[in-house]
Design a protein around this ligand. Structure first.
Ligand SMILES: NC(=O)NC(NC(N)=O)C(=O)[O-]
Ligand SMILES: [Zn+2]
Ligand SMILES: [Zn+2]
Length: 515
């Protein structure tokens, strides 16, 4: 008997269901799967799936749970026993065992520098780094792109430049500069066109077309922001007489410019304290019944956990609408530990001494600092003057976007932080500031913005490690051993990163304000 004859009786009884199955598979399922692959937005072909692990960070604690995703949204977070089963013909279940499933990080302070300075960074490389680091949404700063984002037209240029280049969702802060303070219509149009809020500097920004503003300028902008219910973000440093000159003095040994302490002396705490003092005065307008009720002042990258933070705490207690972030480099490094000439550590405000690092951790844990953001601010490598190691002349800005989850965890775990705190500082807090109501937590109806990572896995950030920001080796974290490896990142339901690989195509969207 031929083998085919054996199949005949089998086929006879099954031919109709088989035919129906084949037709359905070919006409319905295959095109659906191929469409997913063809679109290439996700490494996972399924659009309906369940993510399971023993450690899911939910608003009700860290629990074993199943997160069900359909399309771009989370449609349930339940016990595994209550989730649909793959074996019953339900959605695919991805079991991550003991890995942590938590909301993707939201980074509200990133300089992607496109258009105009793509030799520094760009939407593509920056958002690839974000996806690889578990950051599922970020907000781009109005500088150091060229032009800077200070008007409706320049915001439209940003949106145009970002098209087809976003691996994760990206929102945009507009810039507050003297020019649009002088012409409030320009500011109004910028907000109306989709800036999530405004950002200003109270000291020179290092970029000529982003001049700084005074506290009075900020005061003038608040009523406009209040009408939109959007925040004012401020780089809080006001130039004060410094104990040390900002350039080498005649007769001074050139070696001095390689000392971090020399640079630190040019930018003392008094700069930050003066700025915060002026800001807390202005912030009184944001209180209930004040002339700018509805506006909000957010202090970016705080380095001073003493007087400046004290002023902010007092202002909050008195009813001003204020918040504050710090950045990972202030939590990881200490001024006295920075080796001579290592300008990849240079940033503004400067990294302070080790006791301040401890106080910043304490302030985070006490809830006095609301969130963390990277201040990822790369430049062309030559501007870091890595060979000369000249701290006085080098560009100030640190690249860290891809590493902040392991960095926060590595330095935080030894100080007793919890996974829930991590989510508060990196997801819930930032989602409130940027007003992303659909992001920031794992709950029914939210965007499926999820990071899956292994807190116990450590790795060395050496030259073999896949780094995705543009200038890969220019980061003060190079060579560090870190704990917390990102396994996979989902952005609005798309698996955008898994174990070193990105989805073939970037499918993130611009995040415009919710009305
Ligand atoms: N022009 C900048 O990007 N400056 C940035 N530089 C830092 N932080 O060193 C910043 O955010 O202030
Ligand atoms: Zn800044
Ligand atoms: Zn910045």
């Amino acid at each position: 008997m031929e083998p085919a004859d054996l199949l005949k009786p089998l086929l006879r009884g099954w031919s109709l269901p088989l035919l129906v199955f084949t037709v359905a598979y070919t006409l319905v399922y295959l095109p659906f799967v191929e469409k997913g692959l063809e679109e290439g937005c996700s490494l996972l072909p399924e659009t309906h799936f369940v993510l399971y692990s023993k450690r899911v960070v939910t608003p009700n604690g860290v629990v074993p749970a199943a997160v069900e995703v359909e399309g771009e949204r989370i449609i349930s977070v339940v016990k595994r026993s209550e989730a649909p089963k793959q074996r019953d013909g339900g959605p695919r279940v991805l079991d991550y065992s003991n890995a942590v499933i938590m909301p993707g990080l939201i980074d509200v302070h990133v300089h992607l520098n496109e258009p105009g300075r793509t030799e520094w960074e760009g939407f593509l490389t920056g958002t690839q780094a974000a996806a690889a680091g578990g950051v599922t949404a970020l907000v781009d700063m109005p500088l150091n792109s060229f032009p800077t984002t200070t008007s409706k037209d320049t915001l439209l240029l940003k949106l145009e430049a970002a098209k087809g280049k976003l691996f994760v969702d990206v929102g945009f802060w507009g810039g507050l500069v003297p020019e649009n303070v002088a012409n409030l219509t320009v500011m109004d149009e910028l907000l109306n066109a989709g800036a999530l809020g405004l950002k200003s500097f109270m000291c020179p920004s290092g970029i000529n077309d982003f001049p700084h503003t005074t506290a009075e300028d900020i005061k003038a902008a608040l009523p406009v922001l209040a009408r939109y219910g959007r925040p004012m973000l401020v780089h809080a440093e006001v130039v004060q007489p410094s104990p040390e000159e900002r350039s080498l003095q005649p007769g001074e040994p050139s070696e001095n410019s390689r000392l971090y302490s020399r640079y630190h002396g040019t930018r003392p705490l008094s700069w930050e304290r003066t700025a915060v003092q002026q800001l807390t005065e202005v912030a009184k307008d944001t209180a209930v019944g004040g002339p700018a009720e509805g506006a909000h002042i957010h202090v970016v990258h705080l380095s001073d956990p003493e007087e400046s933070l004290h002023l902010i705490k007092e202002a909050k207690a008195a009813g001003s609408s204020m918040s504050v972030e710090t950045s990972p480099h202030y939590l990881a490094f200490a001024a006295e530990e920075i080796p001579d000439g290592e300008t990849q550590f240079k940033c503004n405000p400067p990294i302070r001494h080790a006791d301040y690092r401890e106080l910043l951790w304490k302030a985070l844990q006490a809830g006095d600092i609301d969130m963390i953001s990277t201040d990822h601010s790369p430049s062309a490598p030559e501007m870091k003057l890595l060979e000369e190691g000249d701290f006085l002349k080098a560009w100030g800005g640190i690249s860290s976007l891809q590493f902040v989850l392991p960095v926060t965890w590595t330095y935080g775990a030894s100080r007793g932080i919890t996974l829930e705190q991590l989510v508060k500082w990196w997801s819930t807090g930032p989602s409130k500031l940027a007003n992303f109501p659909r992001k920031g937590s794992l709950e029914f109806g939210k965007d499926a913005d999820i990071v899956i990572w292994d807190p116990e896995a450590s790795f060395i950030l050496d030259s073999n490690y896949p780094i995705f920001h543009k200038h890969k080796q220019v980061t003060p974290y190079a060579g560090q051993t870190l704990s917390g490896k990102v396994i996979a990142t989902f952005a609005r339901g798309h698996e955008v990163f898994r174990e070193g690989y990105h989805a073939p195509r970037p499918c993130g969207t611009p995040l415009l304000p919710v009305h």
